[in-house]
Design a protein. Sequence first.
Length: 538
Amino acid sequence: MLKWWQERVVYQIYPRSFQDTNGDGTGDLQGIIAHLDELQDLGVGIIWLSPVYPSPNVDYGYDISDYKGIHPEFGTMADMDQLLAEAEKRDIKIVMDLVINHTSDQHPWFQKSRDKESPYRDYYIWRQGKGKKPPNNWSGFFGGGTWQYDEQSGEYYLHLFAKNQPDLNYHNPRVLEEVKDIMRFWLDKGISGFRCDVINILYKSSLEDGKRGLILTGSEHYLSQEGTHEILRTLRREVLDSYDCFTVGETVFVTPKTALDLMAPERQELDMIFSFEHMETDQYIVKWFKRKFDAGRFAKSISKWQNALPWNANYFENHDQPRSVSRFGDDGKYWEKSAKLLCMMLLTLRGTPFIYQGQEIGMTNFDFTSMNDLQDVESHNIYGIAKRLGFPEALRWKMIKATSRDNARTPMQWNSEAHGGFSTSQPWLGVNKNYKTINMESQIDDEDSIRSMYKTMIALRAGSPTLKAGAFEALQISKDFFVYRRSHEDESLVVLLNFSTQERRAAYEGAALVVSNYDRKAYDGTLRPYEAVILKES
């Protein structure tokens, strides 16, 4: 028996870039409310809301200064209450981001902790340096070191991300009590769960120097530690089990084994996890060094995780990842076909599908021309490091253009009017110039559009026990071809995906066509460029 969060499709909204209703260039909660009918029409059952809390916006909301408030640029708590009420009328659940590895350095807890005598001192990880050097040699997720010296305190504080995002100290039990209180506050308001940001790095077992040569120096001291497992079990037992809700964890550097330790039902920790391996198949070691996309590598990784976990959180893009059609498809000649292929793949894998805003209309990577166009703190940090290392300017820009998080953060393209209909004034981040041809208005009533394919596939999944609950079996994987079977009781569906610009022969005798991303009445054994086909075996 599937749970409700396994039955539904999730739609991620990055509020800053979704819809601006007051003309200040920033998306807001009223903008989300204005489009709930369209999301209901699409078939969305859950909205994941990226952070809307008060924040200095160094990391655009992932540096929180008040966990129980709404940032004024997004609206008010009354707007949030209205969003919850209007979503409920449409049977849409709301899930919020839970960012509890770190806070903003402007959070009152941190400001108070700068006083060595404050009871908040141990809410964070403060240490003396080693002479004139930081307390250890750890490296951070955004590049550079992980310790910032504070003149007022005379000590360093730990930050695994930006220096404005100090890590919380879970050796202090009061911190966990604060987190429980925050979670209850939002669950009592009516939200239905949390997407848990970098959730498997909460507990630092040691502050010893890290072994060099790992992806991040020092990660062996905080990655998926037993202390983190105990935190997750405690939150499940003492908070989450009292509500009809679910959690999905963003879990870095996990293997199938460590992923199971975090989300296997008997562990009573998380309900689902986002793994990253399939999103790393087009890179060398770190994401900034891209290699040519190989659908075979992609398919092998997806197949591995489909079979390794009892349930998957399936995604191809989000607020931290480049646009999938530019990355795994062809955003030129075969833009429409490859976007539809990725849609059909996403909605036929075993697990809960996560769609990111704009994905349903085939939005592409940004078309910016210089670093001056970007707002992302990570991109600017990496660009600066590459410059200091002597990387040529053209190479630095190539790295950023392919990988920057701002690829996914450009404003939603609603229509062909100024700023893509996102705002009546200059947006906080530039709109992709292709908004005149790629926009919601041009697709929503077009039966052959990418958006219509998403609507079709969401409905197909909703009515198919096989697609929702069936077993997954990879049948064929090659450099540009992926075939798998979904089977449940006496039904068997085969999904064929041609990731190339060439036709391919693939005979399936006696199988009936269910859907294709080309206009065809029956399957003749030939797949066209970037064609995706679902067949029902007799």
